[in-house]
Design a protein around this ligand. Structure first.
Ligand SMILES: *[C@@H]1O[C@H](CO)[C@@H](O)[C@H](O)[C@H]1NC(C)=O
Ligand SMILES: *[C@@H]1O[C@H](CO)[C@@H](O)[C@H](O)[C@H]1NC(C)=O
Ligand SMILES: *[C@@H]1O[C@H](CO)[C@@H](O)[C@H](O)[C@H]1NC(C)=O
Ligand SMILES: *[C@@H]1O[C@H](CO)[C@@H](O)[C@H](O)[C@H]1NC(C)=O
Ligand SMILES: *[C@@H]1O[C@H](CO)[C@@H](O)[C@H](O)[C@H]1NC(C)=O
Ligand SMILES: *[C@@H]1O[C@H](CO)[C@@H](O)[C@H](O)[C@H]1NC(C)=O
Length: 592
């Protein structure tokens, strides 16, 4: 186990503690208000009204409401301060030389520039138009946009996002080129998650979409000035035409940019509400503004490298995808550690196989479990596809998820704090993105040493998919309510979840008889017999020739029996170790 994993767990543990504290506070507040209500006006109707208004506000929303009013005050203070005559030091700003190529006699929209700079020298290129906007309050932080949890199924309330001030562009003329100065706090810690930086990006993108003149190719012109690389979530490196010092000249495709700015400003709302009122409602695809072409160059993909442990997982994943009736290609990237018979089985299961050279994380210690996890970056080299849905090979898909191809990169489900889970991701292959990722492997420190931590530093602005799309098999809250809700979902037939993500020890590495996560104290938060049975049900529906690849190795049997022995010695509750093993795999090892 790497140290990184420990940290991840710690974050999770604190998160669930915070939840407990919030629940306690809510109950306290609830009783206090009823008490005050009773005290002031002991009439039963008033009592009822008061109670109802509290109950309707869900835990986190109440918490947020307090914060929001604080923020309003802060915004108010800032604006009063701004009214004082503040003499700024206005410095002259020279235009980059490529402005000569872009043209003359243009209308130039200037975002975040003319307050601090004298742009009189830009006159030779045309008219400079200041774009006035209200800066977001400094009280407004990244977690307000990327909360860990949202009430996505609208049990109590529909999720809302705080408002980022974006000017009303109707008052502006059409603009030939947008020029923006992006804030950059690099190398300060957390520079990538600065709300003001996002705001200026969004204003530039919105202005380009709404007022930018387009060429015959539906491209518009954006010039950004920043020491930091502009956010590639909005300005793709493929669209970068020129770079000169801190100046970046992009010609973005308007359609793509338009889809991006039409999405919520953060993961505070679902990228698209999946289930209007009830979870069984059918997805309304007409709501999606899709930029996808009629010829679909789209595929599902997964990656296997360094060991054969996940071969069975990839086989069952392919089989589960085919059962959903998808017509998309299934692409499997493998390195040379996967033997030829295993490759044949994977192909028989439905994968089109491509061999890759694995990618080492230069910051990982030699021989650690996540040393080569950056191999996932090879997905961006699948440039014969426009879009890829990546799925980890410890996931099984239960319902058709083709609709995810309508979402842009980077769409994913939440993991913890503002981090997305990299188990299912919508990716847009691009050689230049691949190079950018590779270029940063020596700089970026991944919080867990894996690709998830790395990608979360690159794609800080991501779009939230419903958690049922990548439903994590965990019980981090450790309550009976959580267990019953989740186990109901794991077992539902017809399925209610789109997929199950088997965290912890994988089902094919356990005996069939029960989820072996029960036998290890700190893995018990991943144990679910219902989810375990679901997996074996899928396994049993596969061809026997494929099932053979899900057998146990001698080594694995020794480990399992060791864990059972330890569980017995520790007297672990529920006594799973007492169950007599009937799994025939126990006596038919695959490496005799
Ligand atoms: C204004 O800017 C100039 C040039 O950048 C600098 O020399 C001067 O000290 C600045 N003045 C103030 C008051 O900041
Ligand atoms: C900007 O600089 C030009 C030329 O140096 C000067 O004429 C003009 O008044 C300046 N404008 C502002 C707003 O300071
Ligand atoms: C990668 O980094 C090097 C050095 O920092 C730089 O010269 C090069 O342009 C970068 N490439 C990309 C694609 O960002
Ligand atoms: C790295 O990859 C391995 C297998 O591919 C996986 O078991 C592990 O969880 C990954 N580690 C991280 C930190 O993502
Ligand atoms: C979960 O709860 C059980 C009993 O309520 C307790 O024994 C166990 O230690 C808890 N597990 C964790 C990881 O907190
Ligand atoms: C397991 O098998 C042993 C011996 O065959 C038997 O005594 C015991 O009752 C069985 N335990 C369970 C839980 O079935």
């Amino acid at each position: 186990m790497g140290e990184g994993l420990g940290l991840q767990k710690m974050i999770k543990a604190t998160a669930s503690k915070a939840l407990v504290i919030r629940i306690n506070l809510l109950f306290l507040a609830f009783f206090l208000i009823i008490y005050v209500g009773l005290f002031l006006q002991p009439s039963s109707s008033v009592y009822f009204d008061n109670a109802a208004s509290v109950v309707r506000c869900s835990l986190r929303e109440c918490h947020h409401k307090v914060e929001k009013s604080m923020k309003m005050e802060a915004i108010f203070e800032e604006t009063t301060q701004a009214r004082r005559p503040a003499r700024r030091n206005v410095t002259k700003l020279e235009a980059p030389s490529f402005m000569n190529e872009i043209g003359r006699g243009m209308k130039i929209g200037m975002v975040n520039i003319m307050e601090e700079h004298n742009v009189s020298e830009w006159k030779i290129h045309g008219e400079t138009i200041p774009v006035i906007f209200e800066r977001v309050s400094e009280m407004f932080k990244w977690p307000d946009l990327f909360p860990e949890w949202i009430d996505e199924e609208e049990d109590n309330d529909s999720p809302t996002c705080p408002e980022i001030p974006i000017p009303d562009f109707r008052i502006y003329d059409n603009i030939d080129v947008v020029v923006a100065k992006l804030p950059c706090k690099y190398p300060e810690e957390g520079w990538g998650r600065e709300v003001l930086r996002l705001q200026v990006h969004l204003i530039a993108a919105n202005l380009a979409v709404k007022k930018g003149k387009r060429d015959w190719n539906r491209r518009t012109k954006v010039v950004l000035w920043s020491k930091c690389r502009p956010m590639l979530e909005l300005f793709r490196c493929d669209d970068l035409v020129r770079q000169e010092g801190d100046w970046w000249y992009y010609e973005p495709e308007v359609t793509r940019l338009q889809q991006k700015v039409s999405l919520p400003v953060g993961s505070c709302k679902l990228a698209l509400p999946l289930w209007g009122q009830g979870v069984h409602e059918v997805y309304d695809l007409s709501k999606i503004k899709s930029a996808t072409k009629t010829v679909k160059r789209e595929a599902y993909a997964t990656v296997l490298h360094s060991s054969e442990t996940y071969v069975c997982g990839a086989i069952t994943l392919a089989q589960s995808l085919l059962k959903t009736g998808t017509k998309r290609d299934l692409i499997l990237l493998i390195d040379r550690s996967i033997s030829v018979p295993k490759r044949d089985a994977l192909a028989a299961a439905g994968w089109k196989i491509r061999i890759i050279k694995r990618i080492r994380n230069p910051k990982a210690a030699k021989g650690t479990y996540n040393e080569y996890n950056y191999s996932k970056f090879r997905l961006w080299q699948l440039t014969d596809y426009d879009k890829i849905i990546f799925i980890d090979s410890d996931i099984i898909v239960l319902r058709n998820i083709d609709l995810l191809f309508h979402f842009p990169q980077m769409s994913a489900t939440g993991n913890d704090v503002w981090i997305f889970n990299s188990g299912i991701m919508v990716i847009e292959p691009s050689t230049c993105t691949f190079r950018t990722l590779m270029n940063q492997t020596t700089e970026i420190v991944s919080y867990n040493g894996g690709d998830q931590g790395f990608l979360n530093e690159v794609y800080v602005w991501w779009h939230r998919l419903p958690r049922r799309v990548n439903f994590l098999k965990n019980f981090w809250a450790n309550t009976t309510l959580e267990a019953s809700v989740k186990n109901h979902l794991f077992g539902a037939d017809p399925p209610e979840l789109y997929s199950i993500h088997y965290l912890g020890l994988k089902p094919w590495l356990c005996y069939r008889d029960y989820d072996c996560n029960w036998d290890i104290g700190d893995q018990r938060v991943y144990a679910s017999d219902v989810a375990h049975r679901r997996w074996w049900q899928l396994h049993d529906s596969m061809d026997e020739k494929l099932q053979k690849f899900c057998g146990l190795t001698k080594r694995r049997r020794i480990e399992l029996d060791w864990d059972r022995k330890k569980a017995r010695e520790a007297g672990l509750a529920r006594e799973y170790w007492k169950i007599n093993i009937t799994d025939p795999r126990r006596s038919h090892l695959i490496d005799k």
